[in-house]
Design a protein around this ligand. Structure first.
Ligand code: NAI
Length: 338
């Protein structure tokens, strides 16, 4: 059975995912599109060759009998309402991060899914599907460096647009570390702290950059992450896990080591899109395969809620300039770890 997919939100990543699902991956076809910019969506449908039906209202798209599953890639504040509508319709949904823009919103989705009695929601935390992070997790699970004690991370971006302001370095950027480190360490967070570094002259007016986020896990692992989104030199993701007998690091993206013109080195990626490009394919192929079997094995609504609640705690810690607790509701058995 080919999975017939409807996409809500056809901007940058919505269009990328539409092409991926329709032309590249196996077992799915895109049959329906919706976006608040209808004309642009019709133009995309035509120009891309997908030629899906364009719906004026996302509710009608969700209800359409020829739509088996949904992919939501609208802007973050619309996700909660749209995911709830999918659960209400009993249809599987892949929602790009964030699942919700508040902890309360994430919890409402969790509660709705538990009430529905069936896992329907997967959240777009694609780093869990990255080959490098998977190798790192295998190394930790093999016990090669003993128990993890500390983790040093960096999330650096050459620049961000003027509309990227305020706490977006936490809610849009650090949220990827929040999810992937929880998965990597198989642990949960209990507290957080945010420290602002000396402001770079390249950071625009509405943004304090760089910052450092400190997380403490239930097992007592300490994580520090530098978030520096006007670093100029490249899109650079670092993750070094310090264990009892060694250090295990996230592999660097492949690049040709050069010795040339009196220097040695290699290229650093500049475009964030390229860093995890392969993991989007792996993530969505897994989602298609799981959905056809009626399963959710990727990041769940609980993981999405946890990420939103942790990000919210980090924002609170930043405001209060102190260590803030990460307050999490009791996890329903429904989401028990495997
Ligand atoms: P974008 O701004 O290019 O596209 C968003 C689209 O949603 C726009 O076309 C807009 O018209 C549409 N939209 C807004 N409100 C809507 C509504 N109520 N109903 C239907 N359509 C609506 O943004 P982009 O970069 O494509 O991001 C979309 C989402 O994907 C965001 O939540 C973002 O955080 C996430 N994202 C995730 C990435 C990842 O690495 N997992 C990478 C990039 C984005």
């Amino acid at each position: 059975m080919t999975l017939r997919i409807g996409i809500i939100g056809c901007g940058a990543i919505g269009q990328d995912h539409a092409r991926r699902l329709h032309f590249k991956l196996q077992g799915a076809t895109v049959v329906a599109l919706n976006d608040i910019h209808r004309e642009a969506t019709e133009a995309f449908s035509e120009a891309s060759g997908i030629r899906a039906r364009v719906y004026e209202h996302y509710q009608d798209l969700i209800q359409a009998p020829d739509v088996d599953a949904l992919l939501i890639a609208s802007w973050g504040p619309a996700h909660e309402e749209q995911v709830l509508a999918c659960i209400d319709a009993g249809k599987p949904v892949f929602c790009e991060k964030p699942l919700a823009t508040s902890a309360a919103g994430g919890l409402r989705i969790v509660e709705a899914e538990v009430k529905a009695g069936r896992k329907l929601v997967q959240v777009g935390f694609m780093r869990r599907y990255d080959a490098g992070y998977r190798q790192l997790k295998q190394t930790l699970q093999a016990g090669t460096i003993g128990d993890a004690l500390m983790v040093h991370c960096a999330h650096r971006n050459p620049s961000v647009p003027e509309m990227y302001v305020g706490d977006m370095n936490i809610t849009d950027t650090h949220v990827h570390e929040i999810d992937v480190l929880r998965w990597l360490l198989d642990d949960d967070y209990v507290s957080c702290q945010v420290i602002e570094g000396r402001k770079s002259r390249h950071a625009h007016a509405g943004l304090h950059d760089p910052i450092m986020v400190l997380l403490e896990t239930r097992q007592g692992i300490r994580i520090d992450t530098e978030i520096f989104v006007a670093c100029r030199f490249g899109y650079d993701i670092q993750c070094h896990v310090v264990g009892e007998t060694g250090v295990a690091s996230l592999p660097e993206p492949m690049s040709v080591p050069l010795r040339s013109q009196g220097r040695q080195g290699g290229a650093i990626l500049m475009d964030w899109k390229m860093r995890f490009i392969d993991s989007y394919d792996v993530e969505l192929q897994a989602w298609i395969d799981d959905t056809r079997k009626g399963l959710v094995t990727g990041p769940t609504a609980w993981d999405g809620y946890f990420a939103s609640a942790t990000a919210e705690a980090c924002v609170e810690a930043r405001r209060s300039k102190s260590i803030a607790p990460v307050r999490i509701a009791e996890r329903p058995d429904f989401y028990a770890r495997a």
